[in-house]
Each structure stands twice: as structure tokens, then as C-alpha cells.
Design a protein around this ligand. Structure first.
Ligand code: XCC
Ligand code: SF4
Length: 626
């Protein structure tokens, strides 16, 4: 299969072994399908094809031999900007719709409509409610929750001119957004307006379209995702440091293995609760298993890892391979990043894919619809199905490669500030003294076009060597965790300043701050530091990177980082290169407008150099020595 050797596809031993096993068993994986798709359409790669109406589809010729305009007259700049705008809208919609699900749970809890969920962190509920302008004095938690839910629901609509958590944004940054006309108004409103603007014959100015893209992304980073993060903490608990394990070795050969996949803790928390029920553990034993093992994939895995210490089986490119172990009874999924191929691969084994959301169904999967009213009961159905499925496991096909690696997790902003004695002061002191030269958020996915985990792991390692503290979210967590960087011992691989800080606090040089929506934690932390120093976020020695991104959501995260003033390096170019105007804007023009821009650099070592230079320049401007 494939033509490429497996060691060219992934840096991970567990992945390589399972790719080989898939080959032996004639199972098609994402790498096979990538090969079948090649060569990719050049027009699409450049962002130059348009299917927005049926006068088309149209293609703009990048070499100027062929047509330079679509049937409607749109040129390359407009076509690229429109396509990019829709990409950003899809990413923002995904995070924000996930946020809305948490909001619906909060409302159901407040109205007493669900016994299944509660308020695990009532102190945070009060804090957030106060921030949102709720008078909490003399009110019980449910009343506070009801009022908070009401205010946040309005953030989604168009009844307000500004969003709740914009109060966190430094004043200088808000001024920039006001001047550019990109202050986000309503979460859904910005997405809907993007769909409107990109209909034929509406917004036909590439700059104007790109500015609205920035506004859409900000409605995600400072609202939709932020709502998801804050409410997940309130409902399920604010993460604090704990240790767990990562890689395919977390599967247990003698257990019923249940994998949670997707993004929303609303589903995975209920599955976990049922799996921990002694009644089911006894049933599993009756079926011949030693017990029930729950492990995570992708971001809902991150949610459970951060709060419950549930071990992590793998990131995006491991989601097919985990089935190839032959040891998985059920993958229970909610939404986002769940490859439809999982159903086919599960069909090659005894495994079952369970979908749980009416908005994310998979032909051939078992559908167990979960909602706030029935979640606990449905979680139990999933676990019962897994136990039944275990009876069909073919033991001769089971192969669990490698031993798991330990990792430390749970670094919410609250936990970080707690560790520092309640204020960001000590962190700022370490930055001023140059022990921590700067901070980088490394986020995002895997992409089969890049050797799995190569970009993310190497960038993280190069950054810590240079005394740059690394924060990870999403699949980048797993890429770095599998290589041991999420343990305090990894301080030995850091530069002397960062190593000293990590050793003093007993923390790793790479901190896990959560799932993809939890990039909002990084936004909040940057705002906190900027406010403390009385500067803008763009003045801070910080950067962001998405070395192996694939998803529309990752594009949106990158854009809200840049629009918030954070220099961002992408390992894969977005489909904008067909427009010189949009490309120049992304890599230079945004710097003038927002004080930060994108760079595209697939080589993680060169990317680390770019980040280093940026941090050096920002430190110098702040009058900090190296
Ligand atoms: Fe998806 Fe969030 Fe990307 Fe991983 S990192 S592949 S978006 S699961 Ni957010
Ligand atoms: Fe072609 Fe214009 Fe229609 Fe796009 S909107 S398909 S460029 S006619």
C-alpha cells in the first residue's frame, strides 16, 4: 500500500505499527485516500474555483492564459476572498454551535429540566455572571445560571452591539477593531452576514470581505469558543493539574474499550459516568472482560483528559488506526473531525461507531441520540452496547502497540494563576527577567500531507530550547504529549531560564490548556498580561502556530489570533495563493492593520526561527533585555 514507507508518514511508533497492520489486513486509511486524490486540483488549492452560483462553476486561470473572470465578472481577488470568508464562517460556526450546546445545557440545568447535568464549579459561575453584569447578591446558583444563560443567548443573536467577553479585551485592541469596523456584534450574525456577503453580487471588494472574515473570527475567539470554554468549566469543573497517559498503549487488551471522539463534553462526560458505574463493571466482567476502559480521541478526549484525567488514545490521524488495534468495542462520537471512513474500518472488525447528535449522523453507524433530558440513560445504552460488542471481539486480531507515555494536564488559566499565587505577577516577572523569553500557543490538527506530529513536536521542542513557554491545545497536545514534552522532566530539554522556572514550579515546559475551543483561554491569558502591563496584545512577546492544521476551525483560530494581535505561523498554506492581493494582506497588510500577520512555514525548525525573531523584536520594543 501507499508507496511511502510508514516511517515517512508518522514520527510515532504506534501509528507506524498500525499503518503496517492496516496494510496487512487490506484496510484503506486516510493516507491511501490522499494518494488516490493526487494530484489535487490546482485551481482549488489556490482558491480560484467558485461554485457559489449555477452560472458557474467558474475557474480563474492563475497563469493569465485562460479566463481571468467568472461568469458574473468576479476576479481572482474576489473569488479567493469569498472562498476564504466561507471557510472562516464554517470554522466559527462549528466552534460557536458547540458553544451553544453548552449554553442549552446551562439553561436546562437552571430550569431544573435535567437531573443529568449540574454546576460543578458554582464559584466560577458567580465570577462569570459578575463579568456578564448579573447582580449575583442574594440569588441562588440556579437563578444566577438562568440570568447568565439569558445574556449569553443574546450574544448569539443580533440584539446587542457588542459581546459579553469583549470586556476582557485591552482597550487599545478594541480601538483598533473599532477603527477597522470589525468589532464582532452577534456570534450567529457575523456568520450569517458572511454567507450573505459571499452570495453572488453582494460584497465584491476583497479587502472588505477579508475584514469581515476577521470580524467573523473574532466572534468565535472572543465569544463562541469562549462561551464553550467557560460554560464547560462551570458545568463540568474547571481543570486543575493532574497526570494521565497517552498513545495507543492506553487501550487495555483485557478490558471493554470505549473511545470518545469529537468535541463536546456534553456527550463524553455521560458515557464516562456510565462506564464508571459498578453495575456495568460487573456486567463487563460477566462478558469476560476485566473491566471497562474509557479513553479519548481528539478534542472531546482533551475535555475529559483536562477535567477527569481520562487517558488519551490519539489525535486526528490516530482515529482510524485505533480501530486497527482490533481492541475497540465502541467509538462514541458527537461532532467535528470524525472521519466518515471510521464506519468502514469499524466494519472490518467487531467495532461499532455510535453517533449521538442529530446534526452529525454517519450512514452505517449506530445512532443513539443524546440530549439534555436523556443523556445519562443514553450514556448507559452506549456502555451496554460496548459490553455486548466485546463478546464478538476476535482476540487473534488484537494488537496493542507500545507502552503508554505519562503526561501532565489541567492548566486552565485559573490553575496557572493559582500556582503563581493568584496573580500573573510572577509570570510577568519571569518574562521581564528573560527566564521565559516569550510564550507560544501551538494548536491544531494533523494533516496527512505532513508527517504526523513532525511539525508540531519539533516546533514545540525548538521553542522550549529557546526559553519560549509553549501552550498546547487540541491535537497538538497529543503530538507533544506522546514525545514526553508534557512532563516536568522535559524541563531538561528546555533552555536554562525556562528550565529553572519549570523546576521551581514542578511544571512541564509545554502546558496543556485544553481543546480547540479552549484557545479562548490563551486569548484571555494574553489579554490579562497585556492589561497588567498596560499595553496591547500585539506588544507582547507571544506567537501562535498551527504546524499541521487541516480544519476550517483551525483557519478561524489562526485568524482570530492574528486579529487579536498575535503573529501566527501556519505549516500548511490556506487556499488563498491565487490572489496576490489576499496573500499580501495575510502576510503583510494585516501587520499594519492589526499589528500581526500570518507566515507560512512548513519546516518547524525555520518556523521556530521566525517565532524567535518575533519574540526578540517584541521584547526589544518593550525595553526587555535578552
Ligand atoms: Fe480536529 Fe479538535 Fe484539529 Fe484535532 S485539533 S483535528 S480541529 S480535533 Ni483543534
Ligand atoms: Fe461563477 Fe460568479 Fe457564480 Fe462564482 S458567483 S460560480 S464566479 S458566476
Amino acid at each position: 500500500m501507499m508507496g511511502k514507507k510508514t516511517d515517512e508518514l508518522s514520527i510515532c511508533q504506534d501509528a507506524r505499527e498500525m499503518i503496517n497492520k492496516a496494510g496487512e489486513e487490506n484496510i484503506e486509511t486516510v493516507w491511501d485516500r490522499l494518494k488516490q486524490q493526487q494530484p489535487h486540483c490546482g485551481f482549488c488549492e489556490l482558491g480560484l474555483s467558485c461554485t457559489n452560483c449555477v452560472m458557474g462553476p467558474c475557474r480563474i486561470d492563475p497563469f493569465e492564459y485562460g479566463p481571468q473572470k467568472g461568469v458574473c465578472g468576479a476576479d481572482a481577488d474576489v473569488v479567493v476572498a469569498r472562498n476564504f470568508g466561507r471557510m472562516i464562517a464554517a470554522g466559527a460556526a462549528s466552534h460557536s454551535d458547540h458553544g451553544r450546546d453548552l449554553l442549552e445545557v446551562l439553561e436546562a440545568v437552571a430550569q431544573g429540566r435535567t437531573p443529568d447535568y449540574g454546576l460543578a464549579d458554582p464559584a466560577k459561575l458567580k465570577r462569570i455572571a459578575l463579568e456578564a453584569g448579573v447582580a449575583v447578591e442574594g440569588k441562588d446558583d440556579l437563578e444566577v445560571a438562568r440570568e447568565l444563560a439569558h445574556i449569553l443567548f443574546e450574544d448569539f443573536g443580533s440584539r446587542k452591539s457588542s459581546l459579553t467577553f469583549l470586556s476582557r479585551v485591552p482597550e487599545k485592541r478594541i480601538k483598533i477593531w473599532e477603527k477597522l469596523g470589525v468589532v464582532p456584534r452577534g456570534i450567529d450574525r457575523e456568520v450569517v452576514e458572511m454567507m450573505h456577503r459571499t452570495h453572488m453580487g453582494v460584497d465584491n471588494d476583497a479587502l472588505n470581505l477579508c475584514l469581515h472574515s476577521a470580524r467573523v473570527s473574532l466572534s468565535d475567539g472572543w465569544a463562541g469558543s469562549m462561551v464553550a470554554t467557560e460554560l464547560s468549566d462551570i458545568i463540568f469543573g474547571t481543570p486543575s493539574p493532574l497526570t494521565s497517559k497517552v498513545n495507543l498503549g492506553v487501550l487495555k487488551e483485557d478490558h471493554v474499550n470505549i473511545l470518545v471522539h469529537g468535541h463536546s463534553p456534553v456527550v463524553s462526560e455521560m458515557v464516562l459516568a456510565a462506564a464508571r458505574d459498578s453495575e456495568f463493571v460487573a456486567k463487563a466482567q460477566e462478558a469476560g472482560a476485566a473491566g471497562i476502559n474509557v479513553a479519548g480521541l481528539c478534542c472531546t478526549g482533551n475535555e475529559l483528559l483536562m477535567r477527569q484525567g481520562v487517558p488519551m488514545a490519539g489525535n486526528h490521524l490516530m482515529t482510524e488506526l485505533v480501530l486497527v488495534t482490533g481492541a475497540v468495542e465502541v467509538i462514541v462520537a458527537d461532532y467535528q473531525c470524525i472521519m466518515p471512513s471510521l464506519v468502514n474500518i469499524a466494519g472490518c472488525y467487531h467495532s461499532k461507531i455510535v453517533s449521538t447528535s442529530s446534526k452529525a449522523r454517519f450512514t452505517g453507524a449506530v445512532h443513539i441520540e443524546m440530549n439534555v433530558e436523556n443523556a445519562r440513560e443514553k450514556g448507559r445504552e452506549v456502555v451496554a452496547l460496548a459490553i455486548e460488542t466485546f463478546r464478538n471481539r476476535d482476540k487473534s486480531r488484537v494488537r496493542i502497540p507500545v507502552e503508554p507515555v505519562e503526561l501532565m494536564t489541567g492548566f486552565s488559566n485559573e490553575a496557572v494563576l493559582d500556582a503563581l499565587g493568584g496573580t500573573p505577577g510572577p509570570l510577568l516577572e519571569a518574562v521581564k527577567a528573560g527566564k521565559i523569553r516569550g510564550v507560544i500557543g501551538i494548536v491544531g490538527c494533523n494533516n496527512p500531507k505532513i508527517k504526523q506530529d513532525y511539525g508540531t513536536f519539533n516546533l514545540a521542542r525548538e521553542c522550549i530550547k529557546r526559553d519560549i513557554l509553549v501552550l498546547v491545545t487540541g491535537c497538538a497536545t497529543i503530538s507533544t504529549g506522546k514525545q514526553g514534552l508534557l512532563m516536568p522532566e522535559a524541563a531538561g530539554q528546555a533552555g536554562p531560564g525556562l528550565a529553572e522556572v519549570c523546576q521551581a514550579l514542578g511544571i512541564p515546559p509545554v502546558l496543556h490548556v485544553g481543546s480547540c475551543v479552549d484557545n479562548s483561554r490563551i486569548m484571555q491569558l494574553c489579554a490579562l498580561l497585556a492589561n497588567e502591563l498596560g499595553v496591547d496584545i500585539s506588544d507582547l512577546p507571544v506567537a501562535a502556530a498551527a504546524p499541521e492544521w487541516y480544519s476550517e476551525k483551525a483557519a478561524t483560530i489562526g485568524l482570530y489570533a492574528v486579529a487579536s494581535g498575535i503573529f501566527t505561523v501556519l505549516g500548511v498554506a490556506p487556499p488563498i495563493l491565487g490572489s496576490k492581493f489576499v496573500t499580501d494582506l495575510a502576510t503583510r497588510g494585516l501587520e499594519d492593520a492589526f499589528g500581526a500577520a500570518f507566515a507560512v512555514e512548513p519546516d518547524p525548525f525555520a518556523a521556530a526561527q521566525l517565532v524567535d525573531e518575533r519574540i526578540k523584536a517584541k521584547r526589544k520594543k518593550l525595553g526587555l533585555t535578552e
